[in-house]
Design a protein around this ligand. Structure first.
Ligand SMILES: NC(=O)c1ccc[n+]([C@@H]2O[C@H](COP(=O)([O-])OP(=O)(O)OC[C@H]3O[C@@H](n4cnc5c(N)ncnc54)[C@H](O)[C@@H]3O)[C@@H](O)[C@H]2O)c1
Length: 438
């Protein structure tokens, strides 16, 4: 068992947040932080900013805000840097993404426009639908990683940040299976030097981050840090990593509903999920190879919540289909339809229909904030390797090979809060509650 860290370093100084990809999610996140800082806008959707944590017994009445219970960086102390394969500054990118109303865009203009992305490590081999022009050149992938490391060091020097984290908010790459090049750090470096196609750009960023002592979170479903080579590097550098794929929209709904159906032992014949969206993410996902990466991420959720191997009669034979349709008029305001065919007592069938008119980036932005702050907390608490307590934020939580991932949002939340209690030496909450009846 991991020992409780003895000391959490204080959150002093500025925290650098490096965003890979300056698209809808990143710009909505940066604009939201700026609007909070300058115009008092509230951080709705952010657990670190709005959530409380119960401590001790229910009769103790101790429920501080999470941000007052653990030492987190203040959102006012965040400094941003970004890479993108297009040269648009943050304001232009946000305007193109079309998430924010014009009034909000105008209010955040200064902060967004100040964000000028550095040239990206990008190749169309991994994101077929984008023709990125603002890209680095290098003789091999190790050299490209060196160039990213130079960007990181320059950013740290110019801004004077005390600590830095990196979050992948760039497009979903084509589907890759773990292979020999991912097996160890030595194999990965050799593959990078040989320009092996199994090393995707996202891995080059993650490699550069970890080599520079920067924790890394993966907001997309790409393999990226979910390979033994990166676990080794994270262990060696004593850095936290987490992923994959921000849990927003339809999958968030699935992980809220499915545990409820299972708790009541209601069976499932089928779950059909359809989406329309018209942003750049939708355009990228229109390519079957990028969609395959996303599909794997979305499909894994139900199986692991419903555990058909344990509940064969209820969940042994359900149909699960996920469709994503690129439909430009809808922009970032994705619409999803879910049809659930369930059954209950005596096998009588019932249906549930969900029509979620969500805003993807509005749901994702507070996740980026929380991950930046919690990854930094993990670093200052000397936690390293895969941070499973951050599964709460991901569609395909990373776990060591011997474990299955926990997808149930409510178990994930208990795990997250118990980790915070554990970090601060508070009693863990089991919800047994016997003591109230003695
Ligand atoms: N919005 C959500 O709710 C949500 C949920 C889960 C996952 N995600 C994932 O988050 C990512 C970002 O989503 P988005 O809506 O902001 O997409 P987006 O298309 O608006 O932004 C992605 C940006 O990444 C850039 N990019 C692509 N490859 C790059 C590279 N190698 N280096 C640097 N920049 C690169 C693109 O040019 C684009 O500007 C996507 O992978 C998406 O699948 C989003």
């Amino acid at each position: 068992m991991r020992q409780k860290p003895t000391k959490i370093e204080p959150a002093e100084g500025k925290l650098g947040v490096l965003l890979v990809g300056l698209g809808a999610v990143s710009t909505t996140f940066v604009a939201g932080v700026a609007l909070g800082r300058r115009h008092g806008r509230r951080p709705f959707g952010s657990l670190t900013q709005m959530g409380t944590i119960r401590l001790g017994k229910r009769t103790d009445n101790r429920s501080p805000l999470i941000k007052e219970f653990v030492p987190l960086a203040d959102p006012n102390d965040l400094v941003f840097g970004a890479w993108d394969c297009f040269a648009d500054d943050g304001y232009t990118a946000a305007a193109k993404a079309g998430v924010l109303h014009n009034e909000d865009l105008a209010l955040a203009r200064e902060d967004l426009a100040a964000l000028r992305p550095w040239p990206a490590v990008f190749s169309r081999d991994y994101v077929k639908r984008l023709d990125g022009t603002h890209v680095k050149k290098g003789k091999n992938k190790l050299e490209l990683a060196e160039q990213l490391m130079e960007d990181i060091r320059r950013f740290q020097q110019e801004t004077g940040v005390a600590r830095t984290v990196m979050i992948w908010c760039a497009s979903t790459e084509v589907f890759l299976r773990p292979g020999p090049a991912h097996e160890s750090l030595a194999a990965l470096e050799k593959a990078m030097a040989a320009n092996d196609p199994s090393v995707a750009p996202s891995m080059i960023y993650a490699y550069a981050a970890l080599r520079c002592g920067v924790p890394f979170a993966n907001g997309a479903p790409n393999l990226t840090v979910d390979i033994p080579a990166m676990w080794e590097l994270a262990r060696e550098r004593e850095l936290p990593i987490c992923g994959k794929d921000f849990k927003t929209g339809q999958t968030l709904m699935k992980t809220i509903l499915a545990p409820g159906l299972k708790a009541r032992m209601l069976g499932l014949h089928g779950w059909f999920s359809s989406n329309i969206l018209g942003n750049r993410d939708g355009e990228v996902l229109d390519d079957p190879e990028s969609f395959k990466t996303k599909e794997e991420s979305k499909l894994s959720v139900l199986d692991s919540i419903l555990q058909p191997q344990l509940y064969g009669e209820l969940y042994g034979d359900f149909h699960h289909k996920v469709r994503i349709n690129y439909y430009p008029p809808r922009g970032d305001n994705k619409e999803s339809w879910d049809n659930l065919d369930i059954f209950g007592w005596l096998g009588y069938p019932m249906q549930i229909k969900i029509n979620f008119l969500c805003r993807d980036s509005i749901l994702a932005a507070p996740i980026v904030l929380d991950l930046a702050l919690f990854l930094d907390l993990a670093r200052r608490s000397h936690l390293h390797g895969i941070q499973e307590w951050l599964s709460f934020y991901f569609k395909s939580p990373m776990v060591p090979p011997k474990l299955y991932a926990e997808h149930d949002l409510f178990i994930q939340l208990i795990k997250l809060k118990n980790t915070l209690r554990w970090l601060r030496g508070e009693e863990l909450i089991t919800h047994l509650g016997n003591e109230y009846y003695d």
